[in-house]
Design a protein around this ligand. Structure first.
Ligand code: HEC
Length: 118
């Protein structure tokens, strides 16, 4: 299942790159997330491949960001309660780096997973 989600994310990335309208040109600075996240392993925060698997699509993640990224809406915490104690840390990052850029941030996360690195 996880593998299928990953493949779908990868396929979406390749298709997106192929069509490449200029809308996202310039890009979102996802490097700031790197302090705490990696694609394939947990660091301070959860591995982004697990985040992508939990949300399924960039649109689904963007929606949770736009709805205020409430702790009870966070799917990684719902899947694994060990992250709950660190929710406040991610809330601070959300306010600083994601709010106002919800679509770009969600897309950047899925693109990083498809590329295998942040
Ligand atoms: C200071 C460390 C830190 C930085 C920087 C950081 N994160 Fe996180 N992130 C965390 C921690 C800790 C968690 C686990 C708590 C949680 O899930 O809310 C997390 C969880 C997440 C989740 C899963 C939320 C859930 O539970 O469903 C997403 C999505 C996410 N981060 C995206 C990002 C993005 C995008 C950036 C860069 C804009 C970023 N993070 C930067 C620490 C960080």
């Amino acid at each position: 299942m996880k593998k299928m989600v990953m493949m779908a994310a990868a396929a979406a990335f390749v298709m997106g790159a192929g069509m490449a309208p200029a809308a996202h040109a310039g890009g979102y600075n996802v490097k700031k997330c790197k302090a705490c996240h990696a694609v394939g392993k947990d660091k301070v925060g959860p591995a982004w491949k697990d985040v992508a698997a939990a949300y399924g699509s960039a649109d689904a993640l963007a929606k949770v960001f736009k709805d205020g990224f409430k702790v009870e809406d966070r799917k990684v915490i719902a899947a694994n309660g060990k992250w709950k104690g660190k929710a406040g840390m991610m809330t601070g990052q959300y306010k600083k780096l994601i709010k106002g850029h919800e679509d770009e941030a969600a897309k950047a996360l899925f693109d990083a997973v498809a590329a295998g690195k942040i």
